[in-house]
Design a protein around this ligand. Structure first.
Ligand code: GDP
Length: 300
């Protein structure tokens, strides 16, 4: 069994490679739920839906959000009648979100996602990290912002002073999934807003210490490949580099994959106590994704 810890962009890219090489039945995907909230009357779990769409090849893999080729007539009409949506939700994507919202009237999020995954023909075990509501605030130089306000309304532009989020309990099955795995893969996701929420769940770090953990750096040189990860890391005093990410995961990390461009950091990272592999980690096409996945899966 292999367990992947995922956010909604970098790790789903890697999942496109992993799913070519591993039987889906042997795959658990623990997904960040920290940014989940209600928008336009529906429950939005963006990272979970991105993983569902990735596993069914429906993902809009230009935006890493929503469904490829989706239409936006409801979104546009809402704007026309005075209720513009903060999140641009497409018609097919909205159906997923409406169904989840309805299911959650008498199911937990985990149960709702299990039903949706089964209905979509997904054999992998897609596990929301928690069934509890959470709250995340980005503290910036223009005040405290909701996560999506920071990301979308303010285009991640304000200076970030801190990132604070509520504590939630792990969903049933999370800890066992990690403990019963031959390998846990921490994809190249945002270490602060995608991976830290999973690491902060009670029991997760201890379970990871008992398991072989491989992580891929989302940082190349001194910046993230995309998104505001570097701003968030800086605000928490973590060096914005592959070394910084490896140090952040050092308690439980067995192997770390860095990009060719960071070759000179290999020895420094090895001193933290993990094996370091160096390769191209920019995933532009399926070959890149399969190559990176093969390198990671090599050790099992
Ligand atoms: P979010 O939920 O949309 O924030 O997505 P994630 O947390 O899953 O992913 C965001 C992180 O993925 C960013 O920190 C990027 O640097 C990283 N990332 C995106 N694409 C790539 C890639 O092709 N290679 C690597 N190494 N990192 C990537």
């Amino acid at each position: 069994m292999i367990t992947v810890l995922s956010g909604g962009t970098g790790t789903p890219k890697l999942l496109q490679g992993i799913k070519e090489l591993v039987d889906e039945e042997d795959l658990n995907i623990i997904v960040n739920t920290l940014e989940n909230d209600y928008f336009s009357g529906v429950y939005v779990s963006a990272d979970i839906d991105t993983v569902l769409y990735t596993m069914t090849d429906m993902i809009n893999d230009e935006l890493w959000y929503g469904v490829k080729g989706d239409t936006f007539v409801t979104n546009e009409r809402l704007a026309e009648i005075g209720s513009p949506e903060l999140l641009r939700i497409g018609a097919i994507d909205r159906a997923t979100k409406i169904q989840k919202t309805l299911l959650m009237e008498n199911h937990t999020l985990s149960e709702a996602v299990k039903i949706q995954a089964e209905n979509m023909g997904i054999k992998a075990n897609v596990l929301p990290m928690s069934n509890e509501n959470s709250d995340i605030k980005i503290v910036t130089d223009i005040g405290e912002l909701e996560f999506h306000d920071f990301l979308i309304k303010h285009q991640s532009e304000p200076e970030v002073l801190d990132v604070v989020f509520s504590e939630v309990a792990p969903a049933p099955g999370i800890i066992d999934a990690i403990k019963n795995s031959d390998m846990v893969i921490i994809g190249p996701s945002n270490p602060i807003t995608s991976i830290l929420p999973i690491l902060s769940l009670e029991g997760v770090k201890d379970a990871l210490k008992e398991t072989y953990v491989v992580a891929v750096s989302p940082i190349i040189g001194n910046d993230s490949v995309s998104g505001p990860a570097s701003k968030f890391m800086k605000s928490l005093g973590i060096p914005v580099s592959s070394f910084g990410v490896a140090s952040f995961y050092s308690e439980f990390l067995d192997e770390f994959v860095i990009d060719d461009k960071d070759m000179e950091l290999k020895e420094e990272i090895e001193k933290i106590g993990c094996e370091v592999k160096v390769t191209n980690t920019i995933m532009k096409n399926l070959d890149d994704k399969k190559h990176l996945s093969e390198l990671i899966l090599n050790n099992i």
